[in-house]
Ligand binder design. Sequence first.
Ligand code: GDP
Length: 472
Amino acid sequence: SEIATMMDVSTTEIISACMSLGIMVTMNQRLDAETLSIVADEFGYEVEFVAADLEETIKIAADAEKDLKPRAPIVTVMGHVDHGKTSLLDYVREANVIAGESGGITQHIGAYGVTLKDGQKITFLDTPGHEAFTAMRARGAQVTDIAVIVIAADDDIMPQTKEAISHAQAANVPIVFAINKIDRSAANPDKIKEGLSQMNLLVEDWGGKIQSQDISAKTGEGVEELLEKVLLEAELLELKANPDKIANGTVVEAFLDKGRGYVSTILVQGGTLKIGDYVLAGTHSGKVKAMQDERGNSIPTAGPATPISILGLDGAPQAGDKFNVLEDERDAKQIATKRSQLRREQSVRTQRHITLDEIGRRIALGDFKELNIILKGDVDGSVEALTDSFQKLSTEEIQVNIIHKGVGAITESDVLLASASDAIIIGFNVRPMGNARDVAEKEEIDIRMYSIIYDAINDLKDAMEGMLSPEI
Ligand code: GDP
């Protein structure tokens, strides 16, 4: 009815226009972006999406090739619980004497940079785990360049190891494996490498291309070599940024400090941030009053791939929020206010994820080329059988990708991955666990549960042919 009023036509006309597109709607239903565009077009209008665009209001001009300078890689450490992620991050943090820098890293600001002997730098995100990584991605922030996946050599390739691998792959982020705890007598790095090869992940010693390094996060053995391999991987990525412009980047974390006010750690991704700049970060804004690095040093400027904590924002933005420097303080304030209004209006959603019912229509519209699926099942056999069958449903128009599969209940991390990668979740004889259902509802992720293989395959096939009748 809102769009009817805007175009000055009757609601019935909108409803019948939708019907002719094969969509049954009621007066109070929200239409998605494509439907809105098509319906408006029928009546000779063009839709401009103001709300959806708001997050993008700050357009960053593309940089000229000549302005781009090499920048440090940004690394996230992932892996199964207790395999040594924190120990590795701590070791690297403390061993930063590698470069003979005076004063260790004293502050936990959510990210830190290290300089190696030859002067090369690496930036580590200090929140290990694929959940944090994918939660950021679900908010639209792609920060990580390289994922270091830690696997304990005295254990097996565990479910969360597999998850971490899927999450990195779904984000298209190259992996470097760190086979950890080799100081332990029970360590068997070869067994881990063999396990990886069975998952089609061939590390270099096994004739493949994926880098891997045996390490001990406890004694430090192999850690330097690991960092060198990370740099090698970074070289292939040719990471560059333009330092000579106003800054933009992503919020890593933020909190309220009783004495200092709101402290936000941000990662500069382009340009250089200076004290005195007007910053817009998510729904907050402010003038940068002070900047500190991870060593507690006050610094006047911060260039690409530098993590810093800043003072001066009027609130705590969320991890994964983008930040931009604006010329005008008032602009920054205005946009921040507008954004928080929008976020408050819960009904205004800027992101809606694919559902099984919608697939047929999206394919018909021609803008949908890949269907991402997360598949969880009770036993390996059915997961493999479904993977095969689903993949065989791929057609010339649409490719079916199983971006993650595993045995076990549907977890919150599955839902986050679905949100970050616009995927649907299919559960075979398993259900959502813990928070997963709530998060799925909030993120509008379609979870389908089946107990008969044939039904799952048929539903997907029907959906892809646009034949699925909507779920009542
Ligand atoms: P996370 O859960 O992946 O962050 O794992 P932690 O870093 O907390 O490590 C889990 C346990 O393994 C701790 O008790 C560590 O001391 C131990 N640990 C981690 N790395 C090593 C290692 O290289 N050698 C040995 N012997 N123990 C390690």
